[in-house]
Design a protein around this ligand. Structure first.
Ligand SMILES: [Zn+2]
Ligand SMILES: [Zn+2]
Length: 268
């Protein structure tokens, strides 16, 4: 089944580098049923100043507070189109700061919340390369994958925020540059079962699809086995990236008969 006539939502987009109007216009032009704007909590002044994030964008817009961010959504006045705008956040799960981050997020109401793990106990960004030393890189990579999956499960089972989607569940590949092919399927099924039990969707992420299609295919297989819902997110920072790789994601949805997360449209 092709994209024609399907209601396609892009549930993961940023506005730290591009104005909200141009992101929305791109979604509209590409015929999206909905676009979710989900800025990182680390792009807010209060969070950046009080939490020692190990992973954050060193450039891009910092929002003074939630009011300034919410005002962005009011810039989209053309609500007559078929494209819905959802307001959301991408929220880091960092065990030590879950209460503080949870309280920040709970100050407002959201159409969608993504949860993501960007750092592990070594306090390094997961997208940073694992150093090659003593020839034990593959072992370190396996340990990292185990820890990454454990922290993602912990995030799913925590109730620090009422999130809908676990974003980019295989993002560790960006730093690890490999994955334990004999263990990964078991790890992903375990993650997907945890997500299913807790009514969370796992994301088919466009950036991950660009980096390693095989790994996202394995993720989709795990979602099928666990009967876990999926969500599509381009993770776009620029208008041209909205709905990026959506055809690849839809191909996986069709191939494995995956259930796509349905988000309610609220009107705040
Ligand atoms: Zn992320
Ligand atoms: Zn993102």
């Amino acid at each position: 089944m092709s994209r024609e006539g399907r209601a396609i939502s892009d549930n993961h987009n940023h506005i730290l580098a591009s104005p909200i109007e141009s992101m929305f216009e791109s979604a509209m032009a590409k015929g999206a049923a909905a676009i979710s704007i989900t800025e990182h909590v680390s792009q807010f002044k209060e969070m950046r100043e009080s939490i020692a994030f190990s992973s954050y964008h060193s450039e891009g817009r910092i929002f003074r507070d939630l009011n300034e961010y919410l005002a962005e959504f009011h810039k989209i006045s053309d609500r007559s189109t078929h494209t819905k705008l959802r307001r959301g956040l991408e929220v880091d799960y960092i065990s030590k700061y879950q209460k503080q981050i949870g309280e920040f997020v709970a100050r407002e109401r959201w159409d969608i919340l993504l949860c993501s793990v960007h750092e592990l106990s070594d306090k390094k960004d997961i997208e940073e390369s694992i150093p090659e030393n003593l020839g034990i890189k593959s072992l370190r990579s396996e340990d990292k994958w185990r820890e990454y999956m454990a922290v993602q499960k912990e995030a799913i089972e925590s109730d620090f925020i009422p999130f809908d989607v676990l974003a980019h569940p295989v993002r560790l590949f960006a730093g690890a540059k490999s994955f334990p092919s004999d263990l990964i399927d078991e790890m992903l099924v375990d993650l997907a079962r945890t997500a299913r039990r807790n009514n969370k969707a796992l994301e088919l992420n466009a950036t991950d699809l660009s980096r390693n299609k095989e790994l996202v295919l394995r993720l989709a297989t795990a979602c099928a086995i666990a009967d876990c819902e999926v969500s599509f997110g381009s993770d776009a920072h620029h208008p041209s990236e909205v709905l990026k790789n959506v055809d690849l994601a839809l191909g996986l949805v069709d191939k494995f008969h995956l259930r796509v997360k349905k988000l309610e449209s609220k009107h705040w």
